[in-house]
Design a protein around this ligand. Structure first.
Ligand code: PLP
Length: 332
């Protein structure tokens, strides 16, 4: 049973659509008898079919619980709050994957949570969140609007505002991605990853500050919707729906400049081709926000020092939508 309706939420001035799914899955409750959430290292595979003559690997974060690397941020934050004996309701701004990670974590740790998501949320993410019984507040607007609304809602409800890009209690959880990679492939020289708001980037940089290593970081943004790369063209839509944020964070801009990290723009057609290549040649189904990394390697392979590793961050895409993006079939 679902309750739907358009309502004004507190001081939020624009009408927002609230969807609630009945159920106790994400109610705050005592910690005994909770399901365990054990994070194990994600597989590192060599993309030998796509690159028979180059050492190119993929860190398969899309195989993590919730289908995305965000679970690492969620577990890190929830362990921190649990250690402090705090159990505030979590208010989570998200294009979908952050909320999915937070929901999986909240369920395991016994927290309640509310996702603040765009009305245009992709169907796979929407369906998975509903299946988890998450309260969703859907708003018109993009990533920066989500952050603003979630801040207001957290204040009104006395909740914990989860900032997936700037809260180190969340982003430090991503350090283990590089920790696992350097353990499995210490010779890695180039790490290629997607950039949305920059939380993943912040986590990777935090790891390298503590554990210096000769690995260069290459962030990828859609050409159609850049933030941190220098650009002077008009933005338009992109299939990489996890990477949308209108206003870049100055803290992230500063961190990129200080670390000398490279953020490049990847054309839409290359993202689609990479998505199809990963499927047809390596048998991997991921979302476009992940395939962007392969697209970058394909066009910059000669400039990147090997071994190269791409982070395949998520797989939360409806299979019909995946087919549509790969082959232009109706469905999306
Ligand atoms: C699949 C996927 N990859 C990459 C990112 C980018 O992460 P960040 O926003 O921390 O830069 C996101 C963000 O939602 C995502 O969903």
């Amino acid at each position: 049973m679902r309750e739907r309706g358009t309502r004004l939420v507190g001081r939020v001035s624009r009408p927002v659509l609230i969807e609630r799914t009945e159920g106790t899955a994400l109610e705050s409750r005592p910690t005994e008898n909770l399901p365990m959430l054990q994070l194990t290292p994600t597989p590192l595979i060599r993309l030998g079919n796509l690159f028979p003559r180059r050492d190119v690997y993929a860190k398969c974060e899309f195989l993590a619980p919730s289908g995305c690397f965000k679970i690492r941020g969620a577990v890190h934050l929830l362990e921190h709050l649990s250690r402090e004996g705090r159990r505030p309701p979590l208010i989570v701004p998200s294009m979908g994957n952050t909320a999915l990670g937070a929901a999986a974590g909240a369920q395991a740790f016994g927290f309640s949570m509310t996702g603040v998501v765009p009305q245009t949320i992709s169907r796979a993410k929407d369906e998975k969140l509903r299946a988890l019984g998450v309260e969703l507040i859907k708003i018109a607007g993009g990533g920066s609007d989500l952050l603003r609304h979630a801040t207001d809602i957290a204040k009104e409800r006395g909740g914990y505002f989860v900032h997936p890009h700037l809260d180190p209690n969340w982003t430090d959880g991503y350090q283990s991605i590089l920790g696992e990679l350097m353990h499995a492939l210490p010779s890695c020289r180039s790490l290629v990853f997607p950039v949305g708001g920059g939380g993943l980037l912040m986590g990777l940089l935090a790891y390298l500050r503590k554990n210096p290593a000769p690995v260069r970081l290459f962030g990828c943004e859609p050409y159609n919707y850049p933030k941190y790369a220098r650009f002077d063209h008009a933005r338009s839509t992109t299939v990489a729906d996890g990477l949308l944020l209108e206003t870049p964070h100055p803290v992230v801009q500063k961190a990129i400049a200080e670390a000398g990290a490279v953020v490049s723009m990847v054309p839409e057609a290359d993202i689609r081709t990479a998505l199809r290549d990963l499927f047809e040649t390596q048998g991997l189904v991921v979302e476009p926000s992940s395939a962007i990394t392969l697209a970058f390697v394909k066009t910059h392979a000669e400039e990147l020092e090997a071994p190269i590793c791409v982070v395949l961050t998520g797989e939360n895409i409806a299979r019909e939508d995946h087919r549509h993006i790969c082959y232009g079939e109706p469905g999306a």
